[in-house]
Design a protein around this ligand. Structure first.
Ligand code: MV4
Length: 451
């Protein structure tokens, strides 16, 4: 087993990793930026190193400083969490070059999945269903030709993208030239890679993803699916649930089988997520995330599996602690992300100092959070304050439990998404289940327009 893990992250996920490591008897090393000096992730770790000032490029993305902290502390492994360096293949490689175990998949798998057109081609070859579309487009002429063949509406996507940047819906031929130019410019500006590809637009799909785990002995299991259709206009998830509701049993089984073949095709190790667009009984591979995800706790509570512990075990060269047939799905779980942002201002991040803080608890409620009264929210990082997870025997029970948990939640000093999440728990379309990715846009429109 590993002896000492450097946690290359901050906030709630750094606490989550710290707990899993300590439970396994593994020592931890925190890193922090200057404004994060008083953070809980620093206080709870066995050692901590300042890696630079607030801006991420100078601290949490500063590879030389993070590596120095790892080597000086004598850590034997690095857990990247999510965001920051979690899907940076070069960082994973540099860790290995310095004798540090990167707690995640192999660098070449991260790189392949990071390039969306490559990932899609790879998955297509592995007989995973993908959205009808093209490879990399040579120019706008190729796009015009391909769009005519696919038939409108279509979607332009940046191969370096993911998460919505450099993406354009094109409903008719007259819009294509402008969409191509702006998507390319956006991708070039954000990723220094303007290459685009084209897909048939899937209308009103749901975003359903499958959690997988692979060990170094070739064992691959799935830990069920999550429905993450309730997303902000920026494509950031707000509410997730496990299992997905209103999914035909045969479609669910097919989704799981597809995810397993996909993970096996790349000899996947560690925790990963395969994202799909689901429309009726049709399933299309979208992308694979080669990290632990924000919403992993809902899969943990319905399957009674500690995904971060499994990541650490796998990186230590241990086999998975269970087989597929040992897993059962028990009840239903929902996660609400409580962010420091103002839903009425198009989810603008709200910096400030937290005054009153009271987080919910009780039977079937789990809260993953790093906040306390008096904490200053720095402007440099993502705005997640707390993940509230409600687990119930049924979806109805989980929704009611979440509603009470959110009613208990008091966070003063900044705007948060708690009230918006509570309104969703009381929305009849959400309660009915199976909403598509367009749900929140329509739901939040009155709040966003201020009426
Ligand atoms: C799509 C799509 C419809 N058709 N692809 C959004 C982020 C990026 N990962 C891919 N995304 C989409 N790809 C085709 N062919 C719709 C989306 C999409 C979306 C997907 C999941 C969750 C929320 C979304 C919001 C808008 C668009």
């Amino acid at each position: 087993m590993l002896r000492k893990i450097l946690i290359a992250n901050r906030g709630e996920i750094a606490l989550r990793i710290n707990r899993a490591a300590h439970e396994l008897g593994i020592e931890t090393v925190a890193i922090f930026s200057e404004p994060d000096r008083e953070s809980l992730h620093v206080r709870f770790a066995d050692e901590a190193f300042c890696v630079g000032p607030g801006p991420v490029a100078r601290s949490y993305l500063n590879i030389p400083n993070i590596l120095s902290a790892a080597l000086i502390s004598g850590a034997d492994a690095v857990h990247p969490g999510y965001g920051f360096l979690a899907e940076n293949a070069r960082f994973a490689e540099i860790c290995a070059d310095h004798g540090l175990t990167f707690i995640g998949p192999a660098p070449d798998v991260i790189a392949k999945m990071g390039d969306k057109a490559t990932a899609k081609a790879l998955m297509h070859d592995a007989r995973v269903p993908t959205t009808p579309g093209t490879g990399i487009l040579s120019d706008v002429g190729a796009a015009v030709h391909a769009a005519r063949k696919l038939r409108y509406p279509v979607m332009l996507k940046a191969t370096a993208g993911g998460g919505g940047k450099g993406m354009r819906v094109v409903r008719e031929p007259g819009e294509l030239e402008h969409a191509y130019a702006t998507a390319q410019a956006e991708a070039e500006a954000n990723f220094k890679d303007g290459r685009l590809y084209l897909e048939k637009l899937i209308e009103r799909p749901r975003h359903i993803e499958v959690q997988v785990l692979g060990d170094t002995f070739g064992n691959v299991v799935h830990v069920g699916e999550r429905d993450c259709s309730v997303q902000k206009p920026s494509h950031q998830k707000l509410i997730e649930e496990a299992p997905a509701s209103e999914l035909a049993p045969a479609t669910r089984e097919r989704l799981h089988d597809i995810a397993l073949s996909a993970a096996r095709a790349v000899r996947y190790t560690s925790a990963g997520t395969l994202e799909f667009l689901v429309a009726g009984d049709d399933v299309f591979f979208m992308e694979m995330n080669t990290r632990i995800q924000v919403e992993h706790p809902i899969s943990e509570v319905v399957h009674d599996v500690d995904l971060v512990r499994e990541q650490i075990r796998i990186a230590s060269g241990e086999p998975l602690s269970f087989a597929q047939q040992d897993l059962t799905t028990r009840g239903h779980a929902i996660e609400c992300r409580i962010n420091a942002e103002d839903p009425s201002q198009n989810f603008a991040p709200a910096a400030g100092t937290l005054s009153d803080v009271a987080l919910p608890g009780g039977f079937g409620v789990r809260v993953d959070s790093h906040i306390y009264a008096g904490l200053q929210i720095p402007p440099y990082y993502d705005s997640l304050l707390a993940k509230v997870v409600a687990h119930g025997a049924t979806r109805e029970e989980a929704i009611r439990r979440m509603d009470s948990a959110l009613a208990e939640t008091r966070i003063g000093g900044v705007h948060t998404t708690a009230d918006l999440c509570r309104s969703v728990m009381r929305d009849e379309r959400f309660i009915r289940g199976g909403v598509s990715i367009d749900f929140l846009e329509a739901f939040a429109a009155p709040a966003i327009s201020g009426s």
